[in-house]
Design a protein around this ligand. Structure first.
Ligand SMILES: Nc1ncnc2c1ncn2[C@@H]1O[C@H](COP(=O)(O)OP(=O)(O)O)[C@@H](O)[C@H]1O
Ligand SMILES: [Mg+2]
Length: 324
């Protein structure tokens, strides 16, 4: 796929987050797709030289393919905005809303979306109030299976499914390794669905929702980045009405959180077809085994066209004309 208006694009990948390796893989894929679309691409790690490099180089657009903190928490996006370089993706403020799972869930819950009941605990409150008392309240308030996860994080790192209440303390310790705040959430049983949302200037459009069936039953870090560990269905095996409902719920989440350009919203659809919001990702994985590239293919388009469209949209938003 070639694009006549070749731009100078810096793709950011790597970083020091827990998801560095995933990001490097995403970045390479994005860079290849943008080169195929006719752009000049430099792949750059966000290190101490990055900001001076960008100020000096003034690329047309930056495409962050970063996962985890710095990229997804809005820090780097705010700095890129301050430098005044057009950037693909959400604003720093919107990234902060999505990056914090409790904040995103609260906003979605208030907007009428179905969000699993949860209790959110800081490490400090856990220590202050004592594990025993806290855990008893949690178990009484949220009987049944639970999911424990870091309030901020990704790639299922630190996420635990608790089917025996005795395992709750251990799951919390694991989650606290990744974040000072932990979410303890009712486990929703159903079909896991991820919906990519793309907006190249004409409003957000849901890509084909992808159904995720991990071989082990849990969509863990392992299941995500090793080929063959997960079966994906695009389109999903849900009925048409449920697919339409989850696609609409993804657009609703994207808009409610004020996201821009690109996102991926994760749900579990229960037996009644209700999509339960898990989280929204502002810089979703774009590796060879990731959901959004799969959804792009299933939607009848391709990565080069899609990412090039996002780059053009970022440039147009910044009010500059495309250079030839
Ligand atoms: N409430 C829940 N019910 C059932 N499964 C869940 C729930 N929350 C998370 N999960 C499982 O854990 C995985 C990771 O959780 P998620 O909130 O998407 O965080 P992240 O992908 O950022 O690590 C999901 O892909 C899903 O398999
Ligand atoms: Mg997720």
């Amino acid at each position: 796929m070639s694009d006549s208006s070749g731009l100078y694009v810096v793709v950011l990948a790597g970083g020091i987050s827990h998801e560095r390796d995933v990001s490097l893989r995403s970045g390479r894929r994005v860079a290849d797709a943008l080169v195929a679309a006719g752009h000049r691409v430099v792949l750059r790690d966000p290190d101490a030289g990055l900001l001076p490099f960008l100020v000096e180089e003034r690329p047309d657009v930056v495409f962050p393919a970063l996962h985890g903190s710095s990229g997804e928490d809005g820090s780097l996006l705010g700095l890129l905005d301050a430098i005044g370089i057009p950037t693909v993706g959400s604003s720093a403020a919107a990234a902060r809303r999505a990056w914090s799972k409790p904040v995103a869930s609260s906003l979605l819950g208030a907007s009428g979306a179905s969000v699993p009941e949860s209790i959110v605990l800081s490490h400090e409150s856990f220590r202050e109030l004592g594990a025993a008392g806290v855990l008893r309240v949690v178990r009484d308030a949220l009987p049944g299976d639970l999911v424990v996860k870091p309030a901020m994080g990704g790639s299922a790192q630190g996420v635990g499914i608790v089917t025996d209440p005795n395992d709750l303390p251990r799951a919390m310790v694991d989650a606290f390794t990744y974040s000072d705040v932990v979410v303890i959430e009712r486990r929703i049983v159903g079909t896991e669905i991820a919906v990519g949302v793309i907006d190249t200037g004409d409003g957000p459009v849901a890509l084909t929702p992808v159904e995720i069936e991990p071989t082990t039953g849990i969509y863990s870090f392992q299941a995500r980045y090793n080929a063959g560990e997960t079966t994906f269905y695009a389109p999903s095996r849900l009925d048409t009405a449920a697919i339409e409902t989850v696609a609409a719920a993804a657009i609703h989440a994207h808009l409610t959180l004020g996201l821009r350009d690109l996102s991926r919203v994760d749900f579990i659809v229960d037996g009644a077809g209700v999509p339960w919001f898990l989280e929204a990702n502002v810089l979703p994985g774009l590796t060879e085994t990731s959901l959004v590239p799969l959804a792009i293919d299933a939607s009848g388009t391709d990565a080069a066209t899609t990412y090039s469209g996002l780059v053009q949209a970022a440039l147009a938003r910044a009010g500059r004309n495309s250079k030839v």
